[in-house]
Design a protein around this ligand. Structure first.
Ligand code: G3H
Ligand code: 13P
Ligand code: ZN
Length: 309
């Protein structure tokens, strides 16, 4: 089976009240850890590459690794560009064989967001590729962009029908209170389920995407802090909220920070326990297993997409 788009995955997820995990990838060990989890749980997968990941690893290398995962497992896997900020970047990924792209023009005015998104959709659809866009603005850090809480904006449900009709986009990321990174809430975590519900009413059977959906497990924060790290106050989206969103219109849940923390906590502990080791396989192997464990947990307990491949 070749790489697939997310179209069929989302149709089934919407009907079945679950979500597909979209995990960010930058290297072989992370890809393998995610794929091992999906294989054991028989889950469909979206593996996504940010522009930072492209710069770090070269998209061709990442694509070949993802193709190896498809060949190795036979799982339905979609290769997605995360937070593409220009038409040219999306076009390059489409030319390189990605099956899905995100054009994130959410920092532009509504009409400009529509214009840029429409251009990407036309090009992508001509090449059999699906497109995610964003309306509203998440707080937090992504690549070189750091959106302050003050600049973040909830999605306005009154805009979604016009946006989807005018752009022809296949899925829509909305802002309901999640944010990127490991420091999401200063006080009590709160998601605007009322906005999600309104969006769902206005866009029936349409897949919604939740970015910034790491839950920042406290046991990982503790391991990192115990072994020389410094992440006091790190806090993510409670998993029961993500589960609820997955039963609503949310069909794609983006997770990156949790995997980074699993890798970092494992490696910090490894070197504390084994200060004389220097073979990267000795610490990257356990890091890969830590990714596998957390992704299995997400698939079964948060996303509900186990046995849906
Ligand atoms: O939303 C952003 C993702 O976590 C990717 O992060 O831009 O540092 O690769 P990055
Ligand atoms: P987290 O930082 O919460 O993992 O979000 C990742 C994300 O939204 C990638 O696009
Ligand atoms: Zn994101």
């Amino acid at each position: 089976m070749p790489l697939v788009t997310s179209k069929e995955m989302f149709e089934k997820a919407y009907a079945g009240g679950y979500a597909i995990g979209a995990f960010n990838v930058n290297n072989m060990e992370t890809i393998q850890g995610i794929v091992m989890a999906a294989q054991e749980e028989n889950a469909p997968l979206i593996l996504q590459v940010s522009s930072g990941a492209r710069k770090y690893a070269n998209p061709l290398y990442l694509k070949k690794l993802v193709e190896a995962a498809v060949e190795d497992t036979g799982l339905p896997i979609c290769l997605h560009l995360d937070h593409g900020d220009t038409f040219e970047l999306c076009k390059d990924c489409i030319e390189k064989g990605f099956t899905s792209v995100m054009i994130d023009a959410s920092h532009h005015a509504f009409s400009e967001n529509i214009k840029i998104t429409r251009r990407v959709v036309e090009y992508a659809h001509d090449h059999g590729v699906v497109v995610e866009a964003e309306l509203g603005r998440l707080a937090g850090i992504e690549d070189a962009v750091n959106v302050s809480d003050a600049d973040a904006a909830y999605t306005d449900p009154d805009q979604v029908q016009e946006f989807v009709a005018k752009t022809g986009v296949d899925s829509l990321a909305i802002a309901i209170g999640t944010s990127h990174g490991a420091f999401k809430f200063k006080g009590e975590p709160r998601l605007r389920f009322d906005i999600l519900e309104e969006v769902g009413k206005r866009l029936p059977n349409f897949p919604i995407v939740l970015h910034g959906a790491s839950s920042v497990p406290q046991h990982l924060v503790e391991i990192i802090n115990q072994y020389g790290g410094n992440m006091p106050g790190a806090r993510g989206v409670p998993e029961d909220m993500l589960r609820k969103a997955a039963t609503m219109a949310v069909c794609k849940i983006n997770i990156d920070s949790d995997l980074r923390m699993a890798v970092t906590g494992t490696i910090r502990k490894y070197f504390s326990d084994n200060p004389s080791h220097f073979d990267p396989r000795q610490y990257l192997g356990p890091a890969r297993l830590a990714v596998k464990e957390i992704v299995k947990h997400k698939i079964v307990n948060v996303l509900g997409c186990n046995n849906k491949a």
